[in-house]
Ligand binder design. Structure first.
Ligand code: F6P
Length: 320
């Protein structure tokens, strides 16, 4: 395989640039050319791609976001849209494609492979960490660190004013960010989509804390667990405590990637290129323990997103 392309798709994640850099630098090492596709599948359909060099990715490993930009494409969900994408690759003599993104993006990579035989390799890039086949997705570690830093700041002002704050974090339908940021942030309560919210239990934890002198508290709410205003209303009604709320939102999607995400992105980017060099496709790469793994995309997407029940219980144990 002499020429491949790389794109970023779906929600961006810190570390995507490190993955792009690894794809470009390892391709150069293996004497393969790389085209960068702008704005994910929208750019692929439109043929918006250009050669990348070792120099293009200089000074990018530390940058959040994606130098190739990203987008969500409805047209790509159609066979006709994917046909245009396959034609764009053929018109540019591109033989393989690296897709960096979440489950929707990886599904698209599998469709390109199964519909048109395009050799695709997916790299899991999403802050949600909601792909069950891999222990970590690129961006998760940085996003959780961002949330923990925000919780540290909130803890200062909540204790000054003797208040409880509900901090909403991202994660779509996953509670992974909430669980890890809540535990690392020392939260009293962590609410996740994986467990129905029991406001009576929440109230008893907060009131039990108040009874032993805790004059402030942190409740971490995963956006998929329940609406923020419902949590505010229900907790206020049951406790009478002084409540505030903060939505961390998109600050979790930016920022310079952590060492963990830079190393993960570099390892996965190299492996993706090596699979294409071996003329393999329809695969994803990931990490299990400390081992980089690869498997068919369709098998990977069939694995249910995991939730660490033991860690969730341990977080509760430490919050009392
Ligand atoms: O999938 C990553 C993510 O940040 C989710 O956590 C969040 O719910 C969603 O993207 C937001 O999507 P958008 O960037 O399209 O608003």
């Amino acid at each position: 395989m002499k020429r491949i392309a790389v794109l970023t798709s779906g929600g961006d994640a810190p570390g995507m640039n490190a993955a792009i850099r690894a794809v470009v630098r390892s391709s150069s090492y293996y004497n393969m050319e790389v085209y960068g596709v702008e704005r994910g599948y929208i750019g692929l359909i439109g043929g918006d791609m250009h050669m990348l060099s070792r120099r293009t990715v200089s000074d990018t490993i530390q940058r959040g976001g994606t130098i190739l930009r990203t987008a969500r494409s409805d047209e790509f969900n159609t066979y006709e849209g994917r046909k245009k994408a396959a034609e764009s690759l053929a018109n540019n003599n591109v033989e393989g494609l690296v897709v960096i993104g979440g489950d929707g993006s990886l599904r698209g990579a599998n469709d390109l492979y199964s519909d048109f035989g395009i050799k695709t390799v997916g790299i899991p890039g999403t802050i949600d960490n909601d792909l069950g086949y891999t222990d970590r997705t690129i961006g998760f570690d940085t996003a959780v660190n961002t949330a923990v830093n925000a919780i540290n700041n909130l803890r200062d002002t909540m204790s000054s004013h003797e208040r409880v704050v509900i901090v909403q974090v991202m994660g779509r339908h996953s509670g992974q960010i909430a669980l890890h940021a809540g535990l690392a942030g020392g939260a009293e309560v962590i609410l996740v989509p994986e467990h129905p919210v029991d406001f009576d239990e929440v109230a008893s934890v907060l009131l039990r804390g108040a009874a032993v002198g805790k004059t402030s508290g942190i409740v971490v709410l995963a956006e998929g667990a329940c609406p923020l205003d419902e949590a505010m209303k229900e907790i206020k009604a049951r406790t009478g405590l002084s409540l505030r709320s903060t939505v961390l939102g998109y600050i979790q999607r930016g920022g310079s990637p952590s060492m963990e995400d830079r190393v993960l992105a570099s390892r996965l980017g190299i492996r993706a290129v090596e699979l294409l060099k071996e003329n393999k496709g329809g695969l994803v790469v990931g990490i299990q323990g400390n081992d980089v793994i690869d498997l068919p995309i369709k098998d990977a997407l069939a694995v249910k997103p995991r939730f660490d029940e033991k860690l969730f219980e341990q977080a509760k144990m430490l919050s009392l």
